[in-house]
Design a protein around this ligand. Structure first.
Ligand code: NAD
Length: 297
């Protein structure tokens, strides 16, 4: 008999991830505050129940994909939470991007009640979630990681065990802080070239074969027209939103304070994305920071 999975949080990422599990033949009960999202999972072969915690009580595996730390803490902890309802032996996997210390708090509470839990945030965006090609960065015990792999493999292609509880979130925070910094630096360099009369395509191509090469430049170029498939060439629609990058940079800065780590560029990147978001660009792809760095007229 295939494992009974409960999937909570069927948003931009969670819905396609849950759909991939249902497609793979697992019994998936989906839950979200938005009924239309639940209906889409049911149409794709999943099911649901009026009371999410009644479904949790019967589950072998519970997966959550929620917006932020406070949502994850409130759904796992307390009398009405997952830890109070799951049966012994249920495997718990949180795929949300949250603070490492919050992930450790929830995993610690799970462990006190005898549950094995993983933090398993992802990289790859909604495209990767739909295609089942996400990268998972996983924190928790090695045996729990091995037990979760058959499920994670149906949603992702690269599945990494980063270390103990919270390590998956730490890797995610470090990666996205670096990505935010790289995107701003890449935008600055291309803007400077354009101000000197350079064709941004020629400039990008040469830098891509030089020591400034990086993912933002080579795969996700922020200058419109350089790469047809990049969000920059589609009015910065889709992709990874400014507000999501801002959230992740906020997690990085918070974590840096908690660990007394100097992150001067990470903090500056957070401030620039904050200004960009407040300027009304929160819903655009994060490469739109290129617009904020336009030459003064
Ligand atoms: P989203 O806002 O689209 O989805 C979150 C869903 O959780 C919503 O549908 C919301 O209704 C639901 N929800 C909130 N509280 C709930 C509750 N108590 N019970 C049931 N459902 C509840 O967000 P998303 O884009 O799917 O992102 C989810 C997580 O993945 C976030 O932590 C985000 O940072 C991370 N992430 C997102 C991307 C991306 O490109 N969107 C990429 C990597 C990681």
């Amino acid at each position: 008999m295939s494992a009974a999975i409960v999937f909570i949080g069927l948003g931009n990422m969670g819905l396609p991830m849950a759909q991939n599990l249902a497609k793979a033949g697992f019994s998936v009960s989906g839950h979200d505050l938005v009924k239309a999202s639940v209906d889409k999972l049911v149409a794709a072969g999943g099911k649901t129940e009026a009371d999410a915690m009644a479904a949790v009580a019967k589950a072998d595996v519970v997966i959550t994909m929620l917006p932020a730390s406070k949502h994850v803490e409130s759904i796992y902890l307390g009398d009405k939470g997952i830890l109070a309802h799951a049966k012994p032996g249920t495997l718990l996997i949180d795929c949300s991007t949250i603070a490492p210390e919050s992930a450790r708090k929830v995993a610690g509470a799970a462990s006190e009640k005898g549950f094995a839990m993983l933090d398993a945030p992802v990289s790859g965006g909604t495209g990767g979630a739909t295609a089942g090609t996400l990268t998972f960065m996983v924190g928790g015990a090695a045996a729990t990681f091995a037990a979760a792999k058959p499920y994670l493999e149906k949603m992702g292609k690269a599945i990494y065990h980063a270390g103990d509880s919270g390590s998956g979130q730490t890797v995610k925070v470090c990666n996205n802080m670096l990505l935010g910094i790289l995107m701003i630096g890449t935008s600055e360099a291309i803007r400077l070239g354009i101000a000197n009369g350079m064709d941004p395509k020629v400039l990008s191509e040469i830098m891509s074969k030089s020591s400034g090469r990086n993912w933002a430049l080579e795969v996700y170029n922020p200058c419109p027209g350089v790469m047809e498939a990049a969000p920059a060439s589609k009015d910065y629609a889709g992709g990874f939103g400014v507000d999501l990058m801002l959230k992740d940079l906020g997690l990085a800065v918070e974590n840096a304070l908690a660990t007394s780590s100097p992150v001067p560029l990470g903090a500056l990147a957070r401030n620039l994305y904050d200004i960009h978001s407040k300027g009304g660009s929160g819903g655009l792809d994060f490469s739109s920071i290129f617009n904020m760095l336009a030459k003064a007229k």
